[in-house]
Design a protein around this ligand. Structure first.
Ligand code: PMP
Length: 398
């Protein structure tokens, strides 16, 4: 009966992390305590003022179908946030709220990509971009970066990757998995290239905007000439510890918002009414109200730099944002544990799990083999213990 499946879905790959999670569960079932540094979600609960807004929403009977692109007052609050934080003016007809930034991204890709279109994706990239592009029958054109280049593409790399078939570029800053951020100057360089290619559209994924340590966040849409050709994607999962509430949103040209609204109206309708009521409180809140989470991440980041950053065979770059450390581990490839050779990042990540009891995600999952990602959305105690275990595991390699 699997013959009934569409070619499209047969070609869709499961995230590479599945095997790792399976192994991790197997170890846990045997009573082994695995420290999980593979997760992409804050280890905080949703702040109380947001929960209260949701409870009030339930009491006020927000239990009916809602406008597909989101309640007007939520979209007005989002317009206010874009103005306050990003210097971007979006009217509510330019804003669509969706079931997580994931659906926002899927709506955009489905709206923009024609079969055979080239889509530029700087690597390391967030796992789902490429899956979505391929599902839309687009052709991902991956631009690799290195720890030395700060995991950021250069204008020259971008220029060289653009072809007459290039439709789109999608990237995240702050970046998952590397924590790299594009500065105003970096984005000016990218915009200068794109100005010569007016038909290339940009999806700028800014979901980690509030979690940053070293530099201001700049939206590429705020750079001259970019506003009309950019979709600025954001969401509440990371900055407000609301992964389970499923709120993503974007600001973009009205013609594109209309297309995404159309897709969403056929597939899912608007996202949960209660989550939307809660979202108004989150979006309207000053970033200072969630600063305590950023402060905790900043302290863990410091610990990561001092510990993971100095592990033998690791070359790292201090993350500017998000809550990940992405290590170049090529120096450890070819080493042996007994008779077993660590051939690649997948083997190393699996070795860290089976021998060190620390879960991580291999760089291949993000389009950049030879690296491993560690999340520091974990307690300092766990991070210290994970470091001890990894050091031990690495020292056993010959
Ligand atoms: N973009 C990036 C870069 C992410 O890391 C994530 C979550 N891991 C998402 C988008 C999707 O977030 P959500 O669907 O929870 O809003």
């Amino acid at each position: 009966m699997t013959d009934l499946l569409s070619t499209r879905v047969k070609a869709l790959e499961l995230p590479m992390t599945i095997e790792m999670s399976k192994k991790s569960r197997e170890l846990a079932a045997k009573g082994i305590d695995v420290i999980s540094l593979s997760l992409g979600e804050p280890d905080f609960d949703t702040p109380d003022f947001i929960k209260e807004a949701a409870i009030q929403g339930i009491r006020d009977n927000y239990s009916h179908y809602m406008p597909v692109p989101g309640y007007n007052d939520l979209r007005e609050a989002i317009a206010g946030k874009f103005k306050r934080d990003n210097n971007l003016e979006y009217g509510i007809d330019q804003i669509v709220v969706s079931t997580g930034a994931k659906q926002t991204l899927a709506n955009l890709m489905l709206s923009l990509i024609e079969p055979g279109d080239d889509v530029i994706v700087p690597a390391p990239y967030w796992v789902s971009y490429v899956g979505m592009i391929e599902f839309c029958e687009g052709n991902p054109v991956v631009i690799p970066t290195t720890v030395e280049s700060g995991f950021r593409i250069t204008p020259e790399q971008l220029e060289a990757a653009i072809t007459p078939k290039t439709k789109l570029m999608v990237f995240s800053s702050p970046n998952n998995p590397s924590g790299a951020m594009y500065s105003q100057e970096d984005l000016e360089g990218i915009a200068a290239v794109l100005r010569n290619h007016p038909d290339v559209f940009i999806i700028s994924d800014e979901i980690y905007e509030h979690i940053r340590y070293t530099t201001d966040h700049v939206s590429i849409a705020s750079i001259e000439g970019m506003y009309d050709r950019t979709a600025t994607v954001n969401g509440l999962s990371k900055g407000f510890a609301m992964t389970g509430w499923r709120i993503g949103y974007m600001g973009c040209p009205a013609w594109l918002a209309k297309a995404c609204d159309k897709i969403q109206s056929q597939f899912t309708s608007g996202t949960s009414s209660i989550s939307q009521r809660a979202a108004i409180a989150a979006v309207a809140a000053k970033p200072s109200e969630v600063q305590y989470m950023v402060d905790a991440f900043a302290s863990r980041r410091k610990l990561m730099i001092e510990t993971f950053g100095t592990l033998p065979g690791f070359v790292t770059r201090n993350p500017d944002g998000a809550f990940y450390m992405f290590a170049d581990i090529t120096a450890l490839l070819g080493k042996k544990f007994g008779d077993v050779v660590i051939e690649n990042d997948l083997d190393l990540s699996m070795y860290f799990l089976t021998e060190g009891h620390v879960s991580s995600v291999p760089g291949s999952a993000f389009g950049l083999p030879g690296h491993v990602r560690f999340s520091y959305a974990a307690s300092e105690e766990d991070l210290k213990e994970a470091h001890r275990r990894l050091e031990n595991a690495i020292n056993q390699l010959s």
